[in-house]
Design a protein around this ligand. Structure first.
Ligand SMILES: [Zn+2]
Ligand SMILES: [Zn+2]
Length: 196
């Protein structure tokens, strides 16, 4: 992606809770960048832990109708393996392009045919003039993560009976479940050894 290279003095550096007022976007657009320390965005309800700074950059510009925001998010995160619950590290590097339009009310947008058409091209609607960059950044990071993170494709997970970690241990309940045929063999062997 092309974050149209711009003169560094124009670049607006934001940290912490970042939002911008769309009314401030001039004809030349506005380059943006920032860095969010772990904890500045709340990923807890998504089972994600941010372990490194989250760096982002972007460029927002006015279109004939609405705004276009292109940008990039880069960070490292930790998730839980869906099978064994061990931590899994994920490096995120995602580029994005989004469109925004201001509306009197969101209800109106839902019933508006043009609005529906443009929803296909990832247009979001805003009621005010304030755009929360933090929300955009958090959403883009979440979109970059795997739906079912695995510590490795060979992960054996947890025993469904006793809960033991099968990558590190074995347990009796697993043996019984996997090999019911051995029960019959053991009986047979017993009969050979002790004929009655
Ligand atoms: Zn695992
Ligand atoms: Zn078990």
């Amino acid at each position: 992606m092309n974050v149209k290279s711009t003169n560094p003095p124009d670049r607006q550096r934001l940290s912490g809770a970042a939002s911008i007022d769309l009314a401030d976007i001039g004809a030349k657009g506005l380059p943006l960048e920032g860095s969010l320390a772990p904890g500045e965005l709340d990923f807890s309800e998504h089972g994600v832990r941010q372990t490194e700074a989250l760096d982002w950059s972007g460029f927002i510009e006015r279109l004939s109708s609405g705004f276009r925001l292109s940008g990039k998010v880069v960070t490292d995160l930790e998730l839980d393996c869906v099978r064994c619950l061990d931590p899994v590290r994920e490096s995120v590097q995602r580029e994005f392009e989004l469109f925004f339009q201001q509306r009197e009310s969101l209800e109106y947008a839902e019933h508006d045919e043009i609005g529906l058409e443009q929803a296909d091209t990832q247009t979001s609607f805003l009621t005010g003039s304030e755009l929360s960059l933090n929300e955009v950044i958090q959403e883009q990071v979440l979109l970059a993560l795997p739906m079912k993170p695995l510590c490795g494709s060979e992960c054996r997970g947890l025993c469904p009976v006793c809960g033991i970690h099968l990558n590190k241990n074995t347990c009796e309940c697993v043996l019984q479940e996997i090999n019911p045929a051995f029960e019959g063999l053991r009986e047979f062997k017993k009969q050979l050894e002790n004929p009655s």
